[in-house]
Design a protein around this ligand. Structure first.
Ligand code: F6P
Length: 324
């Protein structure tokens, strides 16, 4: 266990996610409690290159646990994808006396953490994206809150769909992944859940299910589609034309990125932020933390970036079986 006093940087990168503030708070409090110094790097790697860096104290992170977004702001940074950008970032760390950095974000942020680690600045990645598409963890910060936001909105849509005997097609975020769609679709009893991981057949997976269910007396429907499946406007029109049921599209968009983080969100984010500091304190870098089987884990960043994960096939089938 290293006894030296370290200066730890912390930043958020990529799309923001509710719960990031809980992770930031945990990093700051854990490091200060252990006698280290903490510098907040604002606006991700772009802020690092611009020297947008602030001293963090215990009180710097009060009253953020319950807030969505990120108190350190975030940004995507094309320059940090270049060797020169990484070199400059490492130079800023060395000039500022930063001994290690906690990088909260998605796979793209992990690549920046890897490159900095390779250049002598130990970094620890903490998974932060509502998409939950990071293969090295079963949970990424933002996911539970985003799913709950979708469920709350779909429950509202069900009220009006029921009143008008309509079908609500709901497009949700997830970039190229379908985790938000699958969990929210199951939680909302969607008649069809369309995700990029499982290409769908409109007739088999949507139309015939609606027609069969109509015969049982069901008069209104919810279809949840991940944004990665493609043109949901055309899908909505096709449903109306082929079933004769009025169909309306709702694209939930960026509301899924906001809101107060759920309790589970705050717990997982706090645990992973604290764990990241533990690793840096032990002079361990070039790792990412995550959750596997409900437990904290950490992996080499290169290994983590090579990992693959898929949706749970049993869950996908069960959602279809119970939603007719
Ligand atoms: O990666 C998180 C995410 O919300 C995706 O689900 C979505 O496709 C993307 O970010 C939107 O990016 P932006 O906020 O840059 O429009």
């Amino acid at each position: 266990m290293s006894q030296e006093r370290k200066t730890i940087g912390v930043l958020t990168s990529g799309g923001d996610a509710p719960g990031m503030n809980a992770a930031i708070r945990a990093v700051v409090r854990a490091a200060l409690t252990k006698g280290h110094r903490v510098l907040g790097i604002r606006r991700g790697f772009a802020g690092l290159l611009g020297g947008d860096i602030v001293e963090m104290q215990l009180r710097s992170v009060c009253d953020i646990l319950q807030r969505g977004g990120t108190a350190l702001y975030t940004a995507r940074c094309e320059e940090f994808k270049t060797a020169e950008g990484v070199r400059r970032g490492i130079e800023v760390c060395k000039k500022t006396g930063i001994d290690g950095v906690v990088v909260i974000g998605g796979d793209g942020s992990y690549r920046g953490a890897r490159d900095m680690s390779n250049g002598g600045i130990p970094c620890i990645g903490v998974p932060g994206t509502i998409d939950n598409d990071i293969a090295s963890t079963e949970y990424s910060i933002g996911f539970d809150t985003a799913v709950n936001t979708v469920v709350q909105n779909v429950d509202r849509l069900r009220d009006t769909s029921q009143s008008h005997d309509r079908c609500s097609v709901v497009e949700v975020m997830g970039r190229n992944a379908g985790y938000i769609a699958l969990y929210a679709g199951m939680a909302c009893g969607a008649i069809s859940i369309l995700i990029p991981e499982r290409p769908y057949d409109l007739e088999r997976d949507v139309i015939s299910r609606m027609k069969a269910t109509l015969k049982t007396g069901k008069q209104h429907f919810i279809v949840v589609a991940a944004e990665g499946v493609g043109d949901t406007k055309a899908l909505t029109q096709a449903i109306q034309e082929k079933t004769g049921i009025e169909a309306r599209l709702t694209v939930l968009g960026h509301v899924q990125r906001g809101g107060t983080p759920t309790a589970m969100e705050r717990v997982y984010a706090s645990l992973m932020g604290h764990y990241a500091v533990d690793l840096l304190e032990r002079d361990i870098g070039n790792r990412v933390v995550g959750i596997q089987n409900g437990k904290l884990v950490d992996y080499d960043i290169n290994d983590a970036l090579k990992m693959k994960k898929d949706i749970d096939e049993y869950m996908y089938r069960a959602a279809y079986d119970i939603s007719i």
